[in-house]
Write a protein that binds this ligand. Structure first.
Ligand SMILES: [Zn+2]
Length: 797
């Protein structure tokens, strides 16, 4: 189903589209590790010394001086000292004994000290060996790190992996996601136990109904036909029988929004007002389209995609009973309408200035500005609380709404009905029977280069985790999240936040007043780690899914119930204050978030695992991994969009005008730099404007985390090297950062990513931030002027 596009939330990485239709599906995964104490690296150093020198412990010296001392005593006694020695002799013996003791003590102390500070002794613990092997396994030693660090860090990884037939790309995130799926599968298939609550039982039933393909086949088209009948049938299917006498655009749009959670033609939702973050308000924007973005409709050479899309429409209509030539004609009209709709949408790259897009008005004012739509009728079809003309709303797409309204009034009801029901069906096809999947696969083969459908259980695990994430999260965190990793994450957040405020302090382009407020904002950021506490409270968790009742034999109906439940839950927020303490990100995902309306950063349990973090990693790897992610999310509060919000999550100008200009100049440097990058081997130009926020966050995050790591080293000393690597920890920091982006993609996915994503593709996320980092060049000794150490560098933070 089309997902609600309402969230302002920044994600670390949007990889792993669940379905091509679901443009915002989240990736996932995990692998838990137990933490040592907070000072893991010192612990590690001790262990390595134990392995090198002695089984007794780190402070026992070699040559076993303890034994020698004992020999001396034993020998002394054994010699049966004659009692007739002179006083001088006795004195000298005692003196030599004391001197000998002093010497031994000196050696012991010197050796112990040597051990404490000697970083040349390589760490040979099992964990160090494993970690080094893992890092080495991905490296391409033939590549020059100063020329192409992505190839150096990931060349071997990329060679060893192939893109599975059911995926359009494969990378570290997806690998972790797949591993997480296996864990979740086991959890969802476990028989109900004492730990289960109503919510987790519901998740298990939903999963069971999803994997029951024989039952789904048996049910056939009955449920989808019932849905279409509620709208008077799909014109293309029912042909001349279709009646438009009772058909009204506003009612149909409203019903689609309320019952099917499908905000078509107009995107509508309820959430915190950007300028008054404690109040929920009705919000409007341009909607998603049937294909991934407007460019798929508007670029002439993209005929292939449009053709495949049209064929898909026709074939699905045919399967539902339409006459083929009839369907071809009507669906061509539908496509022509959608192309017009695409034309009046604003490109993503021009939608970065939230302040400029924000327009607050009453429904009455909206009615005056866009008179072609009966807004009261539209809103009152789906809102649970009555809406009158004084109701306030925020629009982010006035230009679109005006043009769209004129456009729809030029269409016949039949074209509109055909379009709207096509979009509803498009969202439901993934849940329909096998013959529909064949059509869908054909379309995805062209669009994404995917030749096989996902394994059923995997699709079902993803679905249940996406739609009942908190219930699944309860099952997941029981065995997969250690509270100590929460402490570690908190400590790292504090160190990295401190590094950010120091960078802020050092900046020469910001005036003092703005600096002060920025610092306050940084210090106010809420940190959320792992999972929200309420999922451990049975009653609280069950409340979240109240009213949802599933039947293990009726998957399709279950899906519809989920949509309606989510839809009503969102709309019911109106007139209720924003629950700022509420945490909405699911625990079992490999991702991290920044929410400007709440000024909070979220690190779900799923990301607190290797390669991002391990209790057994040297700190250099943890700072290069989860540390950069933390810095990235913090920096989002100060990127092109985030900087417009104050510490309370309100859109408000708190920057001095000159400082805004200075910021824009610095951001423009990043925009231009990335716009010059090409994603090879596809030769695709990066959209520097659309990706600027994420690029600013990547560059800032890397710098902050490196600074925090060096401060950690200042306090705790250098870490012992990893075995067989011949790399310093500064080098390892950057290596681990880069290896998080190892991955390969198909040409179709590359185009999709470059065109639609606010994130740069993996290789560019390595190239950009590292080539802007003097710390990187220094660590790898890259000559000035080399590709990874260009003369011209950009930095916002
Ligand atoms: Zn981000």
């Amino acid at each position: 189903m089309p997902l609600n596009t309402s969230s302002n939330m920044h994600k670390y990485e949007p990889a792993n589209q669940h379905e091509s239709e679901a443009k915002d599906a989240l990736p996932t995964h995990q692998i838990p590790r137990k933490l040592d104490d907070a000072n893991g690296a010192i612990e590690l150093q001790k262990r390595s010394l134990q392995m090198n020198h002695s089984k007794e412990g780190p402070l026992t010296t070699p040559g076993e001086p303890g034994k020698e001392l004992r020999v001396f005593y034993t020998g002394g006694r054994g010699m049966a000292l004659p009692c007739h020695r002179t006083r001088t002799e006795k004195y000298l013996i005692a003196l030599s004994f004391l001197l000998f003791c002093a010497c031994i003590a000196f050696v012991v102390i010197a050796f112990a000290r040597h051990k404490k500070t000697d970083v040349s002794s390589v760490c040979l613990s099992e964990h160090c060996v494993r970690t080094a092997a893992q890092l080495l396994d991905s490296i391409d030693h033939k590549a020059d790190p100063c020329d192409d660090f992505f190839q150096y860090a990931c060349g071997s990884w990329n060679k060893k992996h192939i893109i599975p037939e059911d995926k359009s790309s494969y990378n570290t995130f997806e690998k972790l996601h797949d591993e997480l799926q296996v864990k979740l599968k086991r959890l969802l298939e476990e028989p109900v136990s004492d730990y289960d609550t109503n919510a987790t039982v519901k998740a298990k039933i939903l999963y069971t109904s999803c994997v029951n393909t024989s039952r789904i086949e048996e049910t056939g088209d009955v449920p989808i036909n019932a849905v279409l009948r509620k709208f008077g049938g799909w014109p293309v299917v029912v042909g001349n029988q279709w009646e438009n006498s009772g058909w009204r655009l506003e009612t149909v749009l409203g019903t689609l929004r309320r019952v099917y959670n499908a905000p078509l033609i107009i995107d509508t939702w309820v959430s915190a007002d950007d300028k008054d973050s404690n109040t929920n308000i009705l919000q409007l924007d341009q909607p998603s389209l049937g294909m991934p973005s407007r460019e798929y409709y508007l670029k002439e050479k993209e005929r292939t995609y449009k053709d495949a899309y049209l064929t898909y429409m026709v074939n699905v209509a045919r399967l539902l009973g339409a006459n083929e030539s009839y369907a071809r004609h009507e669906m061509a009209e539908v496509l022509a309408f959608e192309v017009e709709l695409a034309k009046v949408t604003t490109p993503q790259a021009e939608r970065h200035d939230t302040g400029a897009m924000y327009a607050k008005m009453s429904v009455g004012e909206l009615q005056e500005r866009v008179p072609e739509i009966d807004w009261l009728q539209y809103f009152n079809t789906f809102m649970s609380t009555p809406v009158n003309s004084t109701e306030l709303l925020v629009s982010f797409g006035m230009k679109y709404l005006k043009a769209m309204a004129k456009l729809v009034r030029k269409q016949t009801d039949r074209v509109l009905a055909n379009y709207l029901l096509w979009r509803l069906v498009l969202g439901l096809v993934p849940e329909m029977t096998e013959r529909y999947q064949r059509e869908r696969n054909e379309y995805r083969r062209v669009l994404q280069g995917v030749s096989r459908e996902k394994v059923r259980w995997q699709k079902c695990v993803e679905y249940v985790n996406e739609r009942m994430g908190m219930a699944v999260g309860r099952l997941f965190v029981r065995d997969n999240f250690d509270v100590e990793s929460k402490h570690m994450a908190l400590e790292m957040i504090h160190n990295i936040r401190e590094a950010f405020t120091e960078i802020l302090e050092d900046s020469d382009w910001m005036d003092d007043a703005t600096k002060g407020v920025a610092k306050e904002k940084a210090n106010t950021i809420n940190e959320r780690i792992g999972y929200p506490e309420f999922i451990l409270d049975q009653a609280e968790l069950d409340k979240l899914y109240l009213g949802l009742e599933f039947d293990a034999d009726s998957y399709f109906e279950n899906i519809l119930k989920v949509e309606m439940h989510d839809s009503l839950k969102n709309l019911a927020k109106l007139r209720h204050p924003v629950q700022k303490e509420k945490w909405e990100q699911d625990p079992a995902v490999v991702n991290a978030f920044y929410n400007p309306n709440m000024n909070d950063i979220v690190f779900p349990a799923g990301i607190l695992q290797s390669l991002f973090y391990s209790a057994h990693f040297p700190k250099s790897l943890n700072y290069g991994g989860i540390g950069v992610v933390i810095g990235h999310e913090i920096t989002h509060g100060f990127d092109d969009k985030g900087r417009q919000y104050d510490k309370n999550g309100n859109l408000r100008q708190w920057w001095n005008n000159n400082t805004i200009l200075a910021f824009r100049k610095r951001a423009q440097c990043i925009v231009d730099q990335y716009s010059n990058y090409k994603l090879e081997p596809f030769g695709l130009q990066i959209d520097g404007k659309n990706t600027q926020g994420e690029n600013i966050a990547d560059n800032g995050g890397l710098k902050e985390s490196f600074r925090a790591y060096r401060k950690w080293v200042d306090r705790n000393g250098e870490e012992p090297p990893l075995p067989g690597m011949n790399l310093t920890h500064n080098q390892l920091f950057f290596l681990n950062y880069a290896q998080i982006w190892c991955g390969i993609m198909r040409g179709e996915e590359a185009l999709h990513k470059v065109r639609t994503s606010v994130h740069s593709p993996g290789p560019i996320r390595v190239l950009g931030p590292l080539s802007n980092s003097p710390n990187f060049s220094k660590a790898y000794n890259c000559p000035l002027g080399s590709r990874m150490n260009p003369h011209h560098k950009c930095a916002v933070w």
